[in-house]
Design a protein around this ligand. Structure first.
Ligand code: TLP
Length: 363
């Protein structure tokens, strides 16, 4: 499976019914744990725009420590974190090289054009994995001639969402960053699910992100916090990020209430991500045997399962709708692709229910 043909369909995705459903649309759907809710209730707060929210300050400090970086800043969403990084790294009129199905290109409302005045030069992975190498990227870098728009930034995504949660090997990231440095180009990492990558690679997030210049990661995906992401980098970068966060309306005052849940997500939740990966593998193995499905189980490395539906009688959105009627929620990400994402609110039994529904629809 390649990561091409990624434009999201415009039809409505299935909505959660009032009754209990197995919600595999995304790992963004998780509810805060009782421990998170307690911590939110008890959180010490202050005005974060004045830098006076002790819980936010604690979260930012811990994030910087965990990633072995100088500083970090709490932002309301992953999209905002990515867009702030893009603004800092680029000048208007420049191009950003990223994989063609990258989130910053396809799912962030063209904000890199609206806010930073940039354009995407999409790169395709020659190996068909959706994971870029330097060879893929270098073809997209503008020649240094004055009448060509210049490349301002390389943006990577690890794990890669629309490539089925694919992990970028550390040697590949190192090679890209070494060559980018020689070319005078910064590298940003959309690490929305970087803890999933770290678990799959058996390394720390600090190790696997060491070569890049800035990292955005989400607390509100597999780590289960209700809201929030962090942007991590050097001190100067984060000082600038504070200015652009405010410009985007992301200065959130007594947001320690959110950071309290975020701290639990950051400290405790990475240790359980392997369960989501095992459940994704279980789902993938069951789905791969069904008629009219194309899925390479060996490509399922983390908590995302994307498969191609190769049937004349059923589009991906039809399958998502039929699953919804059986209280199983999944996303149609293109007219022929369906995505299941495992997370802490779906256990093995819920995955078995999802498989049962898939069997009864497709067999
Ligand atoms: N991804 C969402 C949707 O927007 C597609 C999902 O359900 O997977 N980077 C990556 C790699 C992401 O997957 C996402 C969200 C973001 C950035 C943006 O995060 P938020 O939703 O917090 O703005």
């Amino acid at each position: 499976m390649t990561a091409t043909q990624t434009r999201p369909i415009t039809e409505e995705q299935p909505k959660k019914a009032a009754r209990a459903a197995v919600d595999l649309r995304s790992d963004t759907v998780t509810k805060p744990t009782p421990e998170m809710r307690r911590a939110m209730f008890e959180a010490e707060v202050g005005d974060d725009v004045y830098g006076e929210d002790p819980t936010i300050n604690r979260l930012e400090k811990r994030a910087a420590e965990i990633f072995s970086r100088e500083a970090a800043i709490f932002v309301p969403t992953g999209s905002m974190g990515n867009q702030i990084a893009i603004k800092i790294h680029t000048q208007p009129g420049q191009e950003i090289v990223c994989e063609e199905s990258a989130h910053i290109f396809n799912w962030e409302m063209a904000s890199l054009a609206a806010f930073s005045g940039c354009m995407v030069r999409p790169a395709r992975s020659a190996a068909g994995t959706g994971v870029l190498t330097w060879d893929d990227i270098k073809k997209c870098i503008a020649p240094k001639i004055y009448f060509a728009a210049q490349t301002g930034l390389i943006s990577l995504e690890n794990t890669h969402n629309m490539a089925g949660g694919a992990v970028t090997p550390l040697e590949v990231t190192e090679d890209i960053c070494k060559n980018a440095k020689s070319a005078g180009l910064p590298v940003h990492l959309d690490g929305a699910r970087i803890f999933n990558a770290a678990v799959a690679m058996g390394k720390t997030v600090a190790e696997i992100t060491k070569p890049v210049d800035s990292i955005m990661f989400c607390l509100s995906k597999g780590l289960g916090a209700p809201v929030g992401s962090l942007l991590v980098g050097d001190k100067k970068f984060i000082e600038k990020a504070r200015i652009y966060r405010k410009a985007l309306g992301g200065g959130m005052r007594q947001a320690g209430i959110l950071a309290a849940a975020g701290l639990i997500a950051l400290e405790k939740m990475p240790a359980r991500l392997h369960e989501d990966h095992a459940n994704a593998k279980f789902l993938a193995e069951g789905i791969a045997n069904l008629p009219g499905v194309k899925l390479d189980v060996s490509r399922v490395q983390t908590n995302i399962v994307i498969f191609e539906l190769d049937r004349k009688d059923m589009a991906a959105s039809d399958l998502a709708r039929k699953l919804g009627e059986k209280d199983i929620l999944a996303s149609a990400t293109t007219p022929t692709r369906v995505r299941f994402v495992t997370h802490m609110d779906v256990d093995r039994e819920a995955c078995s229910l999802a498989l049962g529904a898939m069997r009864s629809i497709l067999n």
